[in-house]
Design a protein around this ligand. Sequence first.
Ligand code: WQD
Length: 337
Amino acid sequence: MKILVTGGLGFIGSHTVVELQNEGFDVVIIDNLSNSSLEVLDGIERITGKKPHFENIDLREKKSVQDLFVKYQDINGVIHFAASKAVGESVENPLLYYENNINTLVYLLQELQAKQKTHFIFSSSCTVYGQATTMPITENAPVQQAMSPYGNTKQIGEEIITDVAKVTTINAILLRYFNPIGAHPSAEIGELPIGIPQNLVPFITQTAIGLRKELSVFGDDYPTADGTAIRDYIHVVDLAKAHVVALQRLLENKNTEKVETFNIGTGTGSSVLEVITTFEKVSNTKLPYKIVARREGDVIEAFANTDKANSVLGWKAQSTLEEALASAWKWEQKIRR
Ligand code: WQD
């Protein structure tokens, strides 16, 4: 029985492959290496003692997707990470996002339907909620008008999966991630942002290591306790483990609906300034930063109500913000050595 992990050399994908192999699953990674590198495969092997099958495939090539399912007849579950995920880039280049995030999902689902496959885990995002009106955010919070083409591809992806599951053998779990941060405690794998990091934590660690002059804090005039925006920062290993639990739920036919949705976060909100002070504490460094204008499209506050994930999925985040930031710092120091 094999588990196909698309985008399996990416940040969240690679950490999920480690947890799958730790649980004894036989993993096939497909990745087009557009936002990852082959060294990640070696990192996974160093951690787990096992090298996953790897296919350098671009899911935009429909024939390649078809050939994959001929080569691996015993794929029993799919975890679909492969997608472009930079909010700003999606605004500049929407068609890249609609082609890479939607067409590829359609080709994948077409193969699953043709081969009567069943178990599908989808990488979704809290971005579908936009600025939710009630905190913490439950899965029943309304999906709001997307604030970027990237966010729209996640909403459309969820709708496509829901429509397809209604008329095929496919059962799906949609995992709406909050803010993944950190790295595997071994520091053998972690986040490898290309160019200037868009996300807060890699920008912090690159500033602390001296790669960046200072962090720009995007606004301190939000209606929050310290004026900076609030997010739910979850250790990437906790997030990875949620995928294994979700897959096992489907494999054991425990799902009560054809498509189930779970918010995957810690349930705790942290402001940008809180992240900075926590990072300074765990790294014993002073982080240079300046307050600048708000970033277009940012929400004020987003953190998860994790009751459903805890009680129905049977999963709960274990790591603290300190532990997650310490793992991010350890990883940054490792790769800059
Ligand atoms: C977090 C906070 C920024 C950088 C995005 C996507 C989401 C997911 C995670 C893919 C915000 C502030 C950031 C900086 C800052 N991506 N910030 N200075 O925007 O919550 O979520 O990434 O799935 O879908 O929307 O994450 O890390 O970019 O920002 O002040 O240099 O840090 O304003 O308040 P975000 P982020």
